[in-house]
Design a protein around this ligand. Structure first.
Ligand code: PLP
Length: 376
């Protein structure tokens, strides 16, 4: 071990980046909840032309993100009929993926043993991974197995009884990954009731699919922050753009913390082109939702797995009759074999998370999955 490295990093391992090493191109990649559709060629050409004619590679990019923030604010507001909810550019911060924003939030709230964070597993793994790299403690809240809503009574107790450091941040995903459920009325009420000393992060990475958002309520809660991304419905996972919406004072702090040129010029161009051509990009969502419901119908009739309804572009399934230990072994085997046969999915949180792909990818995947389940 290098003598100058923090001792607590010794036990951590690097995040296995998707697709977890090299995946042959022939594999159907249903493991990262990306859109199955690349940017259409006419938009790539637009981007290439903008790059060719307008991007000076020798100059630093716009470090204020001013123009892009205005476009994002317009996009956010286009979903909202509520004038009280109108978001302005100074209520937005843009990150190199929402991952960067998650890290900035952790730095702003908990670093130096000032606080710990709370998550309810199974959920997006990045919160805990990033917290641990910063030496921040992670406190787990339980979920009800029936619908994966948070066990609120237990959550209240856990938060109230946390000693030092206190819980400073609660992370929720709306709808949750990997389980696909949106926050229910009781969960929302609980988030509203959390005291001002606790920051509530509501990750809306999948809001374009679920059409659920708390953005109209944001102004009433200075301790709420919404995270969104261009990596899912807007098809730009490769270019790394996420944004946060929150009270101006909180945004100012995130802007203080971020690296001055965190968003490459090319990335800013791509984000702008995606937003300005969203009428080309967003219609594929309807197809995805139709496919999701079709797959749900088929797989919910399978005797060996239990599948949960989803509000996002993926769904979650577990084996019906298996002990936890047995299930882990069987699902690992199933995931590996499925990949050998041509579909990569995600084994996580004691179940399988399967992204909705193109109709062809889905058809192949269902067939492969059914064959493997029959052999189980
Ligand atoms: C995919 C995903 C993101 C996106 O992260 P980026 O860094 O913007 O690519 C954020 N939160 C959740 C819950 C996700 O599933």
């Amino acid at each position: 071990m290098l003598k100058f490295i923090r001792s607590d990093l010794a036990t951590l391992s690097a995040y296995p980046p998707n697709p977890g090493g090299k995946v042959p191109h022939a594999v159907d990649r249903l493991d990262a909840n990306e859109s199955p559709y690349d940017l259409p060629p006419e938009l790539k050409e637009k981007l290439a032309r903008a790059y060719l004619h307008h991007l000076e590679t020798n100059r630093y990019p716009d470090g204020s993100h001013f123009a892009l923030k205005e476009e994002i604010a317009e996009y956010v507001n286009s979903y909202s009929a509520d004038l009280n909810g109108v978001i302005t550019p100074d209520e937005i911060s843009i990150g190199n993926g929402s991952d960067e924003l998650i890290r900035s939030i952790l730095i702003a709230t908990c670093l130096g043993k000032e606080g710990s964070i709370s998550i309810a597993n199974p959920t997006f793994s990045m919160y805990a991974i990033l917290a641990e790299t910063l030496g921040i403690e992670v406190v787990n809240l339980a979920r009800c197995e029936t619908d994966f809503s948070i066990d609120l009574l237990a959550a209240q107790k856990t938060i109230a009884s946390a000693g030092t450091p206190p819980i400073r941040v609660v992370f929720v995903v709306h709808p949750n990954s990997p389980t696909g459920n949106a926050l229910n009325a009781a969960e929302l009420e609980w988030l509203r009731s959390l005291k001002e000393e606790i920051l509530v992060v509501i990750d809306e990475a999948y809001f374009e699919f679920s059409q659920t958002s708390v953005v109209n309520e944001l102004r009433q809660h200075p301790n709420w922050i919404i995270l969104r991304t261009f990596s899912k419905a807007l098809r730009l996972a490769s270019l790394r753009i996420g944004y946060a919406i929150a009270h101006r004072e909180l945004i100012d702090v995130l802007e203080k913390i971020r690296l001055p040129y965190n968003l490459p010029g090319f990335t800013q161009m791509a984000a702008s082109i995606a937003l300005n051509n969203r009428e080309t990009l967003l219609p594929s969502i309807a197809e995805t939702l139709k496919e999701r419901d079709r797959i749900y119908d088929i797989l919910s009739r399978h005797p060996k797995i239990r599948i949960w309804p989803s509000r996002a572009n993926f769904f979650y399934a577990r084996l019906k009759t298996a002990t936890e230990e047995n299930s882990h072994r069987l699902l690992s085997h199933l995931t590996r074999t499925l990949k050998d046969r041509g579909t990569s999915i995600r084994h996580t949180g004691g179940g399988l998370r399967i992204t909705i792909g193109t109709p062809d990818e889905n058809a192949r995947t269902i067939e492969r999955l059914q064959m493997l389940l029959d052999d189980l």
